[in-house]
Design a protein around this ligand. Structure first.
Ligand code: SF4
Ligand code: SF4
Length: 354
């Protein structure tokens, strides 16, 4: 098969429309990671930091090892990357997230506080939106990556797995598009009696795999499960490691009430999530191992659970800031989305992720 030149790779950019991005220099959230570097990126990084530790992962990549005190990349100091001009591809492309299935689709990591979320409110409506603004360098980094990773190789593998799974589940393309249209029109909500099933995120792994979010007042905060099964919020030290518990919060016993603009924002988020190939293929991947019920039930049920979890995390964040968390406006719901979105993008999928 002839190789598709990187500049000719068709990237579906519709999920970037309407958004603006501007990195917040006081944040550093995306540097609580172990980014992968190609051999040439590694060489450039070692010219700046000769002692930088790497962990080989494959012939193509090695990872920058995080700091020994846990969590943050070894190159992060005072929320700054010490090798910013030479940072590897995943850092240059962030917050653009590229999923490769039957198509190459870009979306945004909405946990990043540099991405404004107001345009989510229009996501239940069809029609093109302006923009995006402020993502030119990130999209250029995505294009560069296709020079090293020919898209047809990634696509051959992921589409074959996807096609097999779709066939096995009895789903065709028309059925998928109908499902997405239904998602825009009538967004599911968890049954009130299922709220008791929600559990705070399980914890115990490396910090870069835990649910963390950034707050303008508190800095980086880790959400985990306390010994009593409550949501526990902990401060994260600059550079990594847990600073102190900020409080424990029971999951809400009933869904918080939403103002109309907050409802519109949350509905827009669920429509955005449902339009992400990553989400669709992750529900398929889940079904490939558990396979209970119809695919439509699993798809809509997962969206309903996400709605409940976004509201639970929004309520925890509101209570953390001294509010009651019982009635939420768009700002509070946006905080819940930011506390949740990265976890959803960490789910395994049948496609590939650039
Ligand atoms: S998470 Fe977003 S705002 Fe924060 S440092 Fe990374 S790109 Fe900038
Ligand atoms: S290489 Fe730089 S930008 Fe990338 S995670 Fe490390 S500190 Fe952050």
């Amino acid at each position: 098969m002839a190789r598709v030149p990187a500049e000719d790779v068709a990237i579906d950019l519709r999920l970037l429309e309407g958004f603006q991005f501007s990195c917040r220099p006081d944040c550093g959230l995306c540097c609580y990671a172990e980014p992968a570097a190609t051999p040439s990126e590694r060489t450039r990084l070692l010219q700046i930091e000769p002692e930088l530790p790497f962990r080989p992962e494959s012939r193509e990549y090695s990872r920058i090892v995080s700091r020994p005190d846990g969590g943050a990349c070894s190159l992060l100091s005072a929320n700054r990357c010490r090798a910013h001009p030479a940072r590897p591809h995943p850092c240059r492309a962030f917050p653009v997230h590229v999923h490769i299935g039957e198509r190459v689709q870009a979306s945004l990591v909405l946990s990043c506080p540099g991405v404004e979320l107001a345009s989510l409110a229009g996501w239940t409506r069809e029609g093109r939106k302006p923009g995006p603004k402020g993502l030119e360098l990130e999209l250029a980094a995505v294009r560069e990556e296709f020079e090293d990773s020919p898209v047809e190789l990634l696509q051959n593998d992921s589409t074959a797995r996807l096609t097999r799974e779709l066939r096995r589940r009895g789903i065709d393309r028309g059925g998928l598009e109908n499902l997405r249209a239904r998602t825009r029109e009538a967004l599911p909500s968890p049954e009130p009696e299922r709220l008791a099933d929600f559990e705070p995120p399980t914890s115990g792994g490396p910090l870069d795999e835990e649910p963390i979010f950034w707050d303008a007042r508190l800095g980086l905060v880790l959400l985990s499960t306390s010994e009593e099964g409550l949501y526990e919020a902990s401060g994260v030290r600059e550079g990594g490691g847990i600073a102190a518990s900020l409080g424990e919060f029971p999951p809400p016993e009933q869904l918080p009430r939403l103002t109309p603009p907050a409802e519109e924002l949350l509905s827009g988020y669920l429509a955005y999530l449902g339009a992400r190939d990553h989400f669709l293929w992750s529900v398929l991947a889940e079904g490939a191992t558990s396979s209970s019920g119809s695919f439509a039930e699993e798809y809509l049920g997962t969206l309903a659970a996400v709605r409940g979890e976004v509201l639970a995390r929004a309520s925890v964040r509101a209570r953390l800031l001294g509010e009651t968390g019982e009635r939420l406006g768009p700002e509070e719901v946006a905080r819940g989305i930011r506390a949740m979105d990265n976890d959803l993008l960490d789910r395994p999928t049948l496609g590939s992720i650039l």
